[in-house]
Design a protein around this ligand. Structure first.
Ligand code: ACO
Length: 378
């Protein structure tokens, strides 16, 4: 018997083109990220988050009437169901906020009566409504996740505020200055979509089994939680807290690299010369540093970045400026990745729709390395 040739294995699916997508294009050579053709850095400084959501879902920026319609629907869907509050309150107060978000999203699926209807799971129209519903619900869930850790009640949403302002309102009970709102909105736009990243691919795998959108998003939240993906923005701030001040950054880095620890917020599977989203988020962070008068934080940021790039030749990713930016805004470190969820919900739901519109079950092969066939002992 001749052995069959060993198949080529692509560990981590590195370099594998798994499907086509019309939602976003990452070009590592030109360091660019396009949402439906538009450079993300231009969207981040000119468009409301809701307009970017419409663009990612529908392929075009909204007309004034379409934007008004989306805003009105999204605002009407914000109030939290009492049952969602109860399910959150049932979790320990110190449960990780990503566990809170994952649980709440899963529960929203259980509460959606339209899932019971024949064909309701895959109905594109219903799924568009579910995407808006999740977009509307998540800020309140994330905000309450932070508040209850401090023993505070939820803040009801306001229907006179856009997504970014309302998110801050529901978290802090006040709307901050425009410089803070602008930085936050920029981060939401930058986090909204990024092609076949790990969590989006997870969502597509679930969607490809013709499961429902809530299941796909619940799984995606789980994938985003890990520190090699979305959890890195939280990990960046833990590292900053450990380092303390700029003068200790180099020694801390030498120790971390000697211990073969990964430094979170640096490196990217796709970008090799820097993450295209970093300059926009760094500009937003600079504005916050000035607003809150925190040159010490900027010094730590710059020193660690310069030292890491000098030693490893690896550049920061979006999580590096986003972490300290959220810290300055007043978010708990544990809330950073849930904010990423509330933004990436747009990309995930766009990808679920795209996957199911031209579905092919995602089911790769594996190269077996276990024992050859053998007899069970009798
Ligand atoms: N710190 C230290 N070393 C690093 C880092 C880092 N952040 N990133 C890469 N390296 C090193 C690796 O140790 C490895 O070195 P070696 O060849 O000597 O073993 C080499 O660079 C290649 O690294 P891999 O992890 O194999 O590269 P991959 O493309 O798989 O990694 C990843 C991409 C997972 C993002 C990696 O850079 C990493 O772990 N970064 C830290 C986590 C992080 O910031 N994640 C956020 C991603 S972006 C986002 O979700 C918005």
């Amino acid at each position: 018997m001749t052995d069959s040739p060993t198949p080529e294995v692509h560990r981590g699916l590195a370099g594998v083109v798994a499907d086509t997508t019309a939602i976003s294009k990452v070009d590592p050579d030109s360091n660019s990220l396009l949402y439906r053709g538009y450079p993300v850095q231009d969207l981040a400084t000119t468009q409301p988050f809701e307009a970017v959501a419409h663009l990612l879902w529908h392929g075009e920026l909204p007309t004034a009437a379409e934007l008004a319609e989306l805003e009105s629907l999204e605002r009407s869907l914000r109030p939290m169901d009492e049952r969602t509050r109860r399910v959150i309150d049932d979790l320990p107060r110190d449960a990780h906020p990503m566990d809170v978000v994952r649980t709440a999203v899963s529960q929203l699926g259980g509460l959606d009566a339209t899932l019971l209807r024949d064909g309701g799971v895959l109905d594109p129209e219903l799924n568009r409504g579910r995407a808006v519903y999740l977009l509307a619900q998540l800020p309140g869930i994330v905000a309450y996740g932070q508040r209850r850790r401090h023993g505070l009640d939820p803040v009801p949403p306001r229907d006179d505020l856009d997504v970014a302002r309302n998110f801050l309102w529901q978290t802090f009970g006040e709307v901050p200055d425009d410089v803070v709102v602008d930085a936050f909105r920029t981060s939401l736009v930058l986090y909204a979509e990024h092609s076949f990243n790990a969590s989006t691919f997870t969502a597509r795998v679930v969607a490809s089994t013709l499961s429902d959108v809530y299941s796909a998003v619940t799984a995606a939240v789980g994938a985003l939680k890990g520190p090699l993906h979305g959890g890195a923005n939280e990990a960046v701030m833990h590292a900053f807290a450990e380092i303390g001040s700029a003068d200790r950054a180099e020694a801390w880095l030498d120790d971390a690299l000697a211990a073969k620890r990964k430094v979170m917020g640096f490196g990217h599977r796709v970008y090799r010369h820097g993450d295209s989203r970093v300059p926009s988020m760094k500009a937003a962070l600079d504005a916050l540093v000035e607003h809150y008068d925190r040159p010490d934080l900027a010094a730590l940021y710059d020193t660690l970045e310069a030292a890491f790039v000098a030693r490893k030749g690896i550049y920061p990713n979006l999580d590096y400026p986003a972490g300290p930016a959220y810290h300055l805004m007043g978010f708990d470190t544990e809330t950073f990745t849930p904010i990423f969820v509330a933004a990436r919900i747009v990309g995930w739901t766009a990808h679920v729709a795209e996957q199911q519109a031209a579905n092919s079950l995602i089911r790769p092969l594996s190269a077996y390395t276990g024992p050859e066939r053998r007899d069970v002992p009798r």
